[in-house]
Design a protein. Structure first.
Length: 388
């Protein structure tokens, strides 16, 4: 009688440094490994409150719970001892988050030893190809950790993308009624639904007030949809007071509506429903690349302006021949040749607006190019299998 092969088991350790990207990426990867590859996944995460904002099913008080088929465990610190039996076939250390020493000891005692991967941040820089899959020996224990880099070429791990994403987005975008119903559900009025719609997700230092000034003077109505708490100062200045989810105000051509933070799948729908998306960090940036819509990226700040290098590396790949997108992106990230005034932003905005059809064309070509590299979950499992 033939026996079924044992199910692959995999653990992800996720430390929420700040914001939602760390848990956003880990949760997306965990779900996909579970649902598309049948892997038994355990996700250790140290901040259940942040997790709950992108996944309302999470119980913030539970030490252990099952969420959409994934075992979620609250990671309370570095102390504690673990047995080799608690260690899974594959262990993912997200962004070098430093596994509990007791867990690493248990990994060394397990037979066979687990595959240990350090999942790194996404960058378009060329050095990534040279570091993807590199081994690093433990200084004391018989353990080797390998680096896994997502990326934009076939010599990297590719990008996170669910198998059904293209079909789901296609169905949503080909039937305008679906986007309209979705936006109505978020509280938009018909006039906002009919306007040019922009979603706005950025860090607090983006020049939002100057952009709002340009949009107020736009020839046609613009509806800007901003999640609660994002660009709080510029939004408060626009409203004349602190604003919360459900608030909406109009000045000139611009209506700003504050949205509640939505669950991850609904954030995708928001990107699909808008005409232009401002995204940030890592996960929303990748989702915008899958939305088939123009987007502008606000990059996570790094010491010594390292992020400017990363931004340019991405623009060099993505924005070839799209001069306005490049200009706006650089200025949005504070690295264009000095400008802050509304008039300047008006000129930038008008140029970007004129370029939108070309940028939309690039979105489709880029997606096709990226699909050639496979997706992170499949590439990661393939790499792990090659190490076992
Ligand atoms: O929240 P972020 O700024 O996260 C950042 C980056 O990941 C950065 O690289 C990392 O080092 C830092 O955190 C610690 O942006 P990001 O990556 O786009 O993650 C946001 C997540 O929140 C993403 O999964 C989408 C999700 N989201 C929702 O689920 N609902 C929403 O309403 C919104 C606005 C976002």
């Amino acid at each position: 009688m033939s026996q079924n092969p044992p199910q692959t088991t995999l653990t992800i350790f996720c430390k929420v440094v700040d914001n939602y990207g760390d848990i956003g990426i880990c949760w997306r990867l965990a779900r996909q490994l579970r649902h598309e590859h049948g892997v038994a996944v355990t996700l250790w995460v140290d901040d259940l409150k942040s997790f709950r904002r992108i996944c309302p099913d999470v119980d913030v008080h539970a030490a252990q719970q099952e969420v959409q088929g994934v075992r979620v465990r609250h990671w309370l610190g570095q102390d504690g001892s673990y047995t080799p039996a608690e260690v899974d076939d594959i262990v993912i250390e997200f962004f070098g988050c430093d596994l509990p020493p007791g867990y690493v000891e248990a990994m060394a005692q397990r037979s066979p030893r687990p595959v240990w991967l350090n999942y790194e941040g996404l960058s378009a820089e060329e050095w990534v190809e040279g570091c993807h899959r590199l081994p690093s020996m433990h200084p004391r224990l018989k353990l080797t950790k390998h680096f896994f880099f997502p990326g934009f070429t076939n010599r990297t791990g590719g990008l996170l993308r669910e198998r059904a994403l293209g079909a789901e987005r296609g169905a949503f975008q080909s039937e305008p009624g679906r986007a309209q119903a979705f936006l109505r559900g978020l509280g938009l009025r018909e006039s906002e639904i009919a306007a040019f719609k922009v979603s706005l997700f950025c860090y607090p230092f983006a020049p939002v007030a100057a952009l709002f000034g340009a949009w107020e003077r736009n020839a046609a109505p613009i509806a800007c949809l901003v999640p609660e708490g994002v660009a709080a100062d510029a939004v408060a200045a626009f409203f004349g007071r602190a604003a919360q989810a459900g608030d909406c105000a109009t000045r000139g051509a611009l209506t700003v509506r504050v949205l509640p933070f939505v669950a991850q799948p609904d954030y995708d729908r928001l990107l699909w429903a808008c005409d232009l998306n401002f995204v940030r960090g890592e996960d929303s940036w990748v989702r915008a690349q899958w939305a088939n819509r123009p987007f502008v990226w606000h990059i996570y700040l790094q010491d010594e302006n390292l992020h400017h290098k990363k931004l340019r590396a991405f623009l060099d790949r993505y924005a070839q021949g799209l001069d306005s997108l490049r200009d706006v992106s650089l200025h949005w990230n504070g690295t264009g040749p000095g400008l802050a005034e509304e008039q300047d932003w008006q000129a930038l905005w008008l140029a970007l607006q004129a370029e939108l059809p070309a940028i939309a064309g690039r979105a489709g070509a880029w997606e096709a190019e990226m699909l050639e590299n496979g997706d992170v979950a499949s590439n990661l499992l393939g790499f792990a299998a090659s190490l076992r």
